[in-house]
Design a binder for this molecule. Structure first.
Ligand code: ADP
Ligand code: MG
Ligand code: ZN
Length: 499
């Protein structure tokens, strides 16, 4: 039997506000020593009262607007009660039936496997809640104990819930990439997945192809990279198919992805909303955002990745592929635009300059960044230096291949390209006299190639040019070297014909 996969994602995004969601504690919990970012509110001490972080609400509305959601006039917070001891109050302040944003979509390319795009993946809701404390369990020798770090508890957490519109792990990957890019463009989150700033739970089910009812789903947790989400989904789809084909039934449950073993394992049976005894948070007033505030936030929306990509294609004639890669990260797109701006290309030359800058960023620079584990924002090589390097190539001072060496050196030790080029003796030789001696030597050292050329094999000239490049340590201006080799060979030919 053929099955169709159905996936819905719940993404939790930590907002990078200065203070926590309901108290004045700094939200920079990552770097802080355990339990040094606490106060009576986030410790849940009796009588302490929460206050809503205005910035967090604005960030969530901004995200809702960027996701084409409706912002309802009236929203409120609710208590979500559960027994796990990761919130000192004994409940989480979240939003239940009246979230801040409703009914939006994320556009993805599709294609990948199956459906051709572009596809609109529905966003059910975006709501705001508080993050929970970190628990560390020490179950050794039967005398187990757990340690609690409350620093993270109360950090603003925005949840974006998709509709069950995704049809493959590849579509899920594209959705996550788009959403991740969006929060970074908006500046509402660092989106760092390793640090848990951006976390995804995946709901997945399968059904016979053509069926219009959903199958029973499982919810998979514990993935901390896009790759892990993709792998976990693939695994889970396959596991469910086997369960069904063996005559069993998929159980609705929460499963955990075990990275080292590349499998999901059952964690607990699924809770239902009624288990949480939701009720309106009595310590907080409901919110009326108001049309004016929404309009103001709408006006603040920056240019996002899809528009920026379209602009790069229309104004700079970049390919769909290059433009798509450049805009995924706002930092990379900014780096590109800064470096290109510094090239001061005339209008007619801008597409060629753009292509050249894009090639260097997506090629050599990205390779160096990957090797050293830097993000482009942390690049030891600022856009100004890349632009200077391209200036040296354009001016004929440096060959493209030696420029790669200069780039690596700049990346490793800083400094400007002109100095490095001089210090390392990499400057291009544009002087006929200086190249000619190498041409004479190449001709003298390679009688076979010379004979081939005289016999009509013109490619032998390219070989000899390669020898000239080698003799000049790559510094000869390549076209000049080739033309000098050709005149040298022609002269040799005439000489041999005794003219
Ligand atoms: P809960 O209240 O249990 O979290 P929701 O109805 O809010 O459940 O749905 C959570 C997520 O599960 C959403 O992203 C939704 O798209 C997805 N989902 C719902 N039903 C299915 C299904 N049958 N298969 C896959 N995903 C589903
Ligand atoms: Mg849920
Ligand atoms: Zn606090």
């Amino acid at each position: 039997m053929q099955y169709e996969t159905v996936i819905g994602l719940e993404v939790h995004v930590q907002l990078n506000t200065r203070s926590k969601m309901f108290c004045g504690c700094p939200a920079d919990y990552q770097a802080a020593a355990p339990n040094t970012r606490t106060c009576p509110v986030c410790l849940g001490l009796p009588g302490a009262l929460p206050v809503i972080n205005r910035r967090a609400v604005e960030y969530t509305v901004l995200t809702g607007l960027a996701l084409h959601c409706r912002i309802p006039d009236f929203t409120k917070f609710d208590r979500k009660n559960y027994p796990y001891p990761d919130l000192m109050k004994g409940y989480q302040i979240s939003q239940y039936d009246l979230p801040l944003a409703l009914d939006g979509f994320v556009q993805i390319d599709g294609d990948g496997d199956g459906r051709t795009g572009p596809l609109r993946i529905g966003v059910e809701r975006v709501h705001l809640e508080e993050d929970v404390a970190k628990l560390q369990h020490f179950p050794d020798d039967g005398d187990g104990y757990s340690l609690v770090d409350v620093n993270r508890s109360g950090v603003p957490l925005m949840e974006v819930v998709s509709k069950p519109d995704l049809r493959s792990p590849e579509e899920a990957r594209q959705y996550l990439t788009a959403l991740h890019s969006l929060v970074q463009y908006l500046g509402v989150s660092t989106g760092n997945m390793q640090d848990g700033n951006f976390r995804c739970d995946a709901n997945v089910s399968i059904r016979p192809s053509g069926s219009d009812t959903f199958g029973t789903r499982t919810e998979v947790k514990n993935m901390n990279s896009f790759r892990a989400v993709y792998q976990a989904l693939q695994y889970e789809v396959e596991r469910q198919r086997r369960v069904i084909e063996d005559g069993g039934a998929v159980e609705q449950e929460t499963r955990g992805w075990v990275e080292e073993r590349e499998i999901t394992v059952s964690q607990r049976s699924k809770e239902y909303a009624h288990d949480y005894r939701y009720f309106p948070e009595p310590d907080l007033p409901p919110l009326r955002i108001g049309a004016d505030a929404v309009a103001q936030l709408q006006a603040q929306l920056p240019e996002l990745a899809p528009q920026r990509k379209a602009r790069f294609q229309a104004d700079l004639a970049l390919s769909d592929y290059d433009a798509g890669l450049l805009v995924v990260s706002r930092d990379m797109a900014d780096y590109f635009e800064t470096a290109l701006g510094l090239r001061n290309a005339a209008d007619a030359e801008r597409p060629a300059a753009a292509k050249e800058v894009a090639n260097w960023i997506l090629g050599d620079l990205s390779r160096l960044l990957n090797q050293s584990g830097h993000s482009i924002a942390e690049s030891p090589l600022p856009p100004r230096r890349l632009s200077e390097l391209l200036g040296l190539i354009a001016g004929g001072d440096l060959s493209t291949s030696l420029a790669k060496t200069v780039l690596e050196e700049m990346y490793a030790s800083g400094g400007n390209p002109a100095d490095i080029m001089q210090a390392k003796g990499l400057a291009q030789i544009n002087d006929t006299g200086a190249i000619e001696s190498a041409v004479v030597q190449a001709i003298a050292d390679n009688p076979k190639a010379v004979a081939d050329y005289i016999d009509g094999k013109e490619s032998a000239a390219r070989f000899l040019m390669g020898q000239v490049m080698r003799l000049t340590k790559g510094q000869a201006q390549p076209e000049l070297a080739l033309s000098l080799v050709q005149s040298g060979l022609e002269a040799e030919k005439l000489r041999r014909q005794g003219i």
